[in-house]
Design a protein around this ligand. Structure first.
Ligand code: FUL
Length: 575
């Protein structure tokens, strides 16, 4: 008996909990270089070439190489400006559709080598990569497969060899490169023939010579978001079907994140006539929130001018843009604040809720396996106004969350202030200002136990517009019919507070309904419906307080789309 006691004591003194294993990754996950690219968040695009001097957007390949004559090329100035504005990578148009090469290619007569500029000794790609290296900036290039100068274009096997030669030349002479950007534009060649691109041979060349370079747009590593306005969809996911890109017949799912390209000016190339049309800071901020803030990378084009420098107009705007971002994100009101999780994986402090407020993207809050809903509550220092929320998932473990919402505690009462679907690397949610003493991130649905690495809240006048303030915004929505049955035109698109997305039904549908769950009884005095174009000829708005109650008509009309229609919430009629 005596001998048993020490044994028992040893057991009691042992560790209370065993260290928990990290969650199993939910495949697919990003490659290390996709993760680096995503975390850099902003890439600068530089469209520069003969078009800069001919004042065109698309050259025809017939321009004299002599037109290319930057008077004071300064690639270091490009890098300095990009770095100061917070960009982590730069992509130069080494060859645009006109076929003019910014490096002295052995494979064409249409290049800097044939230009009187620097007596044919000039090499923009060399200066660019050297400046990037010096400035610790990742370098990348755009190489247009469409070539309006090259005589072999359209003679498919010959041109494919030519293109592989150029790729090889760039990669072996000027590497390392972090990304290769293939444009989708494809027209007829000088011989009137259409080229069949041999994508597998292009990809194979890059993989062999530069295995860590991302292949973007017409490539397997980075996806074009689908527009040139710099705007992703709310809930943009990095997971796609494996056959989503050219030349792939793979199956299953792949990590294929979105990149949002947009120019700081109306054109991709510099035109002095557009010096007064550089996008406003407000517009750039809006783009930032709708690209970086929607789990995508922003690829902002800032085209060098005829001197070969980023013009003073663009420099000024970039400086203002950076200052505005710094101002908005100056103080994270959640940073270092106590956080409480509804469940902590294995009760292991390694997966504690405090990981979401520690400013480190490599530590995260995680729940036990099988626990796919839950919440983290963060106590703020004092009740304070908030109008931006930042949520980030630890994507090395995949995209796990499917649906979440954020609640704010005001005067002791919790209420939903924002919601979303996929989080991914980063979701920035602009909300109408709310005074909160505590915030709660609620995971409503996840495909595996969630892993959240950051949750933050900010307040800045500069973060406006904060959405419409609609009570329906981001609330769960359902519809009787959805165009194509997919998610692009899903019911939620009517309430995501984004005029650029819409709910639509199948072509033949003439009667339909949309239902929005306001989650709790709300008092409202205005209802707005916005249509892409006037199509609705009769509509009715119905409401009910509980699920078992019959629907009551609040208002009806024959023409929707009129903004700010007033409505009497008590009688359900018009005031
Ligand atoms: C497009 C091109 O045609 C434009 O000139 C520009 O390069 C843009 C980024 O991609 O497809």
């Amino acid at each position: 008996m005596h001998r048993l006691i020490p044994t028992l004591l040893v057991i009691l003194a042992g560790p209370a909990v065993r260290a928990a294993e990290p969650p199993t990754p939910l495949l697919p996950v990003p490659s290390p270089q996709q993760l680096r690219w995503q975390r850099a968040e902003m890439t600068m695009f530089l469209h520069f070439g003969v078009n800069t001097f001919t004042d065109r957007e698309w050259g025809d390949g017939k321009e004299s190489p002599d037109v290319f004559h930057p008077s004071d090329l300064d690639c270091r100035q490009w890098v300095r400006q990009a770095r100061a504005a917070g960009f982590g990578m730069m992509i130069l148009t080494a060859k645009h559709h006109d076929g003019f090469c910014l490096w002295p290619s052995r494979y064409t007569d249409h290049s800097v080598r044939s230009s009187k500029w620097q007596n044919g000794q000039g090499d923009v790609v060399r200066q660019f990569v050297d400046a990037c290296r010096e400035g610790q900036m990742l370098a990348a290039f755009y190489l247009s497969p469409w070539d309006r100068h090259e005589p072999s274009y359209g003679d498919s096997p010959r041109y494919n060899q030519h293109f592989v030669n150029q790729l090889t030349e760039l990669l072996t002479t000027y590497g390392p490169f972090a990304e290769v950007w293939f444009d989708g534009a494809c027209g007829e060649g000088p011989n009137g023939k259409r080229q069949e691109y041999d994508w597998p041979s292009y990809y194979g060349t890059i993989r062999k010579l530069e295995p860590t370079a991302l292949i973007a747009i017409c490539g397997p590593d980075v996806r074009w978001v689908g527009n040139e306005s710099g705007v992703a969809r709310p809930g943009e996911s990095s997971v796609r079907d494996a056959d989503a890109h050219q030349g792939s017949d793979a199956r299953g799912k792949v990590w294929y994140p979105a990149e949002c390209d947009v120019s700081i000016r109306p054109g991709w190339f510099y035109h002095s006539s557009q010096d007064d049309k550089v996008k406003s800071v407000e517009h750039l901020l809006d783009i930032y929130f709708k690209s970086v803030g929607r789990n995508s990378v922003l690829l902002l084009n800032v085209p060098p001018n005829r001197a070969g420098q980023i013009s003073k107009f663009d420099v000024q705007r970039l400086t203002e843009f950076r200052a505005a971002l710094d101002e908005i994100f100056k103080t994270d009101l959640c940073a270092g604040r106590p956080a409480h999780g509804s469940n902590i994986r294995g009760n292991d402090p390694r997966f504690a809720a405090a990981n979401v407020t520690d400013g480190n993207l490599d530590t995260y809050w995680a729940t036990d396996d099988g626990v796919t809903t839950g919440s983290v509550e963060i106590e703020l220092e004092a009740a304070q106004p908030i109008n931006v929320i930042n949520v980030q998932e630890y994507i090395p473990l995949g995209e796990r969350v499917r649906r979440y919402h954020v609640e704010a505690k005001t005067a002791g009462q919790w209420r939903t202030v924002a919601s979303g679907t996929i989080i991914g690397h980063r979701n920035l949610l602009r909300i109408p200002a709310v005074t909160a003493q505590a915030l709660r991130l609620v995971i409503d649905e996840a495909a595996a136990c969630p892993a959240i690495c950051s949750f933050g809240a900010y307040q800045s006048e500069l973060a406006a517009p904060a959405g419409s303030g609609s009570l329906a915004a981001h609330q769960p929505a359902e519809a009787s019919n959805v165009h194509g049955g997919g998610t692009v035109f899903g019911a939620d698109k009517a309430v995501v507070d984004d005029p650029e997305t819409r709910w639509a039904t199948a072509d033949e549908v003439r009667q339909c309904w949309l239902e929005v769950d306001l989650r709790q009884p709300q008092t409202l005095d205005r209802i707005t419906i916005a249509e892409l174009e006037p199509r609705i000829t009769k509509f009715q708005i119905e409401y009910r307080l509980t699920l078992d109650e019959a629907w009551k008509t609040a208002m009806s009309g024959d023409k929707a789309g009129r903004p700010n229609e007033s409505f009497n919430a008590t009688t359900g009629g018009q005031p």
